[in-house]
Design a protein around this ligand. Sequence first.
Ligand code: HEC
Length: 219
Amino acid sequence: MSSPMHQDKRVDQAAVTDESLMAAHEKLIGKQPDEKAHYKLAPLALLFLFSGLIFFGGTYLGRFSGHFHPKVYNEYAMPPKAGEVAAAPAVDPIVLGKAVYAQVCASCHQPNGMGLPPAFPPLAASEWVASEERAIRIVLYGLEGPIKVKGVDYNGVMPAAGPGSGFNLSPEKIAAVLTYIRQEWGNTSGPVTAAKVAEIKGKEGNRAAMKVAELEKLP
Ligand code: HEC
């Protein structure tokens, strides 16, 4: 039995489900549901592949990045030109000299260069430090016998510090420590080169401690 109400088409239309409505629309637009256009899960293998790549990349950087040090990664650095030797980073002679002084000389001549009279003469404002020829020989071979420094008499023994001695300082280190003491504590003498130290060592060879009489013949 049907009521007049049920003959109204709109009642049947209102009863359709969403799915049947969408299917009807798709049919109307002429488009069929397309399985291939739907999202799919990425293959699990890709997850493993990229995990592996990231792990490899991290390990590679950790091992070979040089901690991104500017000397390792400098995109502006140019290869040295032909015939030009890449300069080794120069050691500041004052820094090296200061270290050698603290290690070798300061125990006697004191960190402030004032010495410890009457045993150890001062290096600050000393006329012996101002003479390159004399100062190099004193450090290379040591010194013994009476000496007058800034008007005060000393008579002690300074051990040799040059190559082959107990301290075994290289010409570079001797040059550095002399360069340091010649500009420290108000001293104003010029730098000493390792070449000059090596030249004097070549001239004098292996010898006993210097005496003041020998030094006084030198400039
Ligand atoms: C073990 C103690 C001792 C050490 C270490 C020592 N000296 Fe001396 N130095 C002396 C003595 C003592 C004299 C004086 C020697 C003499 O009376 O003949 C002297 C003299 C000198 C002189 C000449 C006099 C003067 O005061 O200017 C110079 C320069 C000098 N030393 C520099 C150095 C330097 C540089 C070092 C380090 C590389 C050094 N000495 C390490 C004890 C030392």
